[in-house]
Design a protein around this ligand. Structure first.
Ligand code: DO4
Ligand code: MG
Length: 279
C-alpha cells in the first residue's frame, strides 16, 4: 500500500483502488506506529476515487518532519569519498566510519529545503562538482518505528566536501538539496535484501549515467541506523532518514543544469527531478 501526499489531502493507493483521506493530516498519519493497520481500516469506510488523482497535484511526502541522512553505509561511498578528499588528508575518516560501530548521521533538510516528484532539485551556485545520491529513505515515527519507505536524493557537492570533511553541512544542506517521493510505501515488513536501487541521469534525452545497487550491499541495518539516530534525540513529528548511497558516478561526472534524475526502488516507485542551479 502506498501513501501519497496530494495538494488536496493524503491519498492511499490500495489493492482495491485510490482513497482520499480528507479528514486526516499528513503529520497525524506518519506519526502513528500502527500506520499500516490504520490505513487498512480507513479504506474500509471510504468509497474509492472514480479516477487516479492528477500527478500535477503530487507533493513531497513530508509534513513537519526533519530529514536526516546516514553516510558511508556502502563500500562504494567509502571509496569515492576517500578519493575525493585525498589531497585534503581527510580520507582516513571515511574508512574508519565505514567499519565503526557508530554510523555517520547528519542533518540533511528541513521540510522547506525538500523537493517533491517532478520538482527541481538544486546544485549550489558555488559548487563545481555535483552528484545526486539515490537512497532508500525510512519513514520513522516519534517512537522510532519504521512504518514505511520512500526514495531520497541526497544532492551533494563533491568539491566542497572533498576540500575538507568539515564542510559537509555546506556540501549537503542548502535550498533544494533533497528530493523525496513519490510516496511512502507502507508496510510492517522490512524490504528484502535483493531490493534494487537504480538511477538514470538523462541529458537532452540521452542517458549520461546509469547505476544500480541493492540493499544487500548496505553495511548497516535500517534498525541500527534508527537506533543511533534516536539516541538522545527526540522527533515529535517523526523523521525521514536517508540510508546512504551505494551508487556514485565516476569522478569525471558532474551534474549539469537541465539534467533529469530518475531513481527507482520497487515497490516504492520512481522519483524524477530536474536539476537547476540558480533558482
Ligand atoms: O560522508 C559523507 C556523506 C556520505 C553520504 O552522504 C553517503 O554515503 O550517502
Ligand atoms: Mg548520501
Amino acid at each position: 500500500m502506498r501513501l501519497f501526499r496530494f495538494r488536496q489531502s493524503p491519498i492511499v493507493e490500495h489493492a482495491l483502488g485510490w482513497y482520499a483521506l480528507t479528514s486526516e493530516t499528513w503529520d497525524g498519519l506518519v506519526t502513528r506506529d500502527d500506520l499500516h493497520a490504520a490505513l487498512e481500516d480507513a479504506v474500509k469506510g471510504l468509497v474509492p476515487l472514480p479516477a487516479p488523482p492528477d500527478p500535477a497535484d503530487l507533493l513531497a511526502p513530508i509534513g513537519s518532519q526533519e530529514v536526516w541522512a546516514a553516510g558511508v553505509t556502502y563500500f562504494r561511498s567509502r571509496t569515492a569519498r576517500m578519493e575525493e578528499s585525498k589531497s585534503a588528508g581527510g580520507g582516513d575518516f571515511y574508512d574508519r566510519v565505514y567499519s565503526a560501530d557508530r554510523p555517520e548521521l547528519f542533518f540533511k533538510a528541513s521540510p522547506h529545503r525538500v523537493r517533491g516528484p517532478g520538482q527541481a532539485v538544486r546544485i549550489r551556485r558555488d559548487a563545481r562538482w555535483n552528484v545526486p545520491e539515490p537512497e532508500l529513505t525510512l519513514a520513522v515515527t516519534p517512537n522510532g518505528t519504521i512504518v514505511g519507505y520512500t526514495i531520497g536524493n541526497d544532492m551533494s557537492s563533491r568539491d566542497i566536501e572533498g576540500d575538507n570533511p568539515l564542510y559537509l553541512p555546506q556540501a549537503k544542506v542548502y535550498d533544494g538539496s533533497c528530493g523525496l517521493g513519490p510516496a511512502i510505501y507502507v508496510t510492517t515488513e522490512p524490504l528484502p535484501p535483493e531490493t534494487a536501487i537504480g538511477i538514470t541521469i538523462q541529458r537532452g534525452g540521452v542517458a549520461v549515467f546509469e547505476g544500480a545497487t541493492s540493499l544487500a550491499a548496505m553495511k548497516r541495518t535500517a534498525g541500527d541506523l534508527v537506533d543511533y539516530l534516536f539516541r538522545d534525540n527526540s522527533f515529535p513529528h517523526g523523521c525521514l532518514l536517508l540510508t546512504g548511497t551505494g551508487v556514485v558516478p565516476p569522478d569525471d561526472f558532474t551534474l549539469a543544469v537541465g539534467d533529469e534524475v530518475a531513481i527507482t526502488i520497487e515497490p516504492i516507485g520512481t522519483l524524477v527531478n530536474t536539476v537547476v542551479q540558480d533558482q
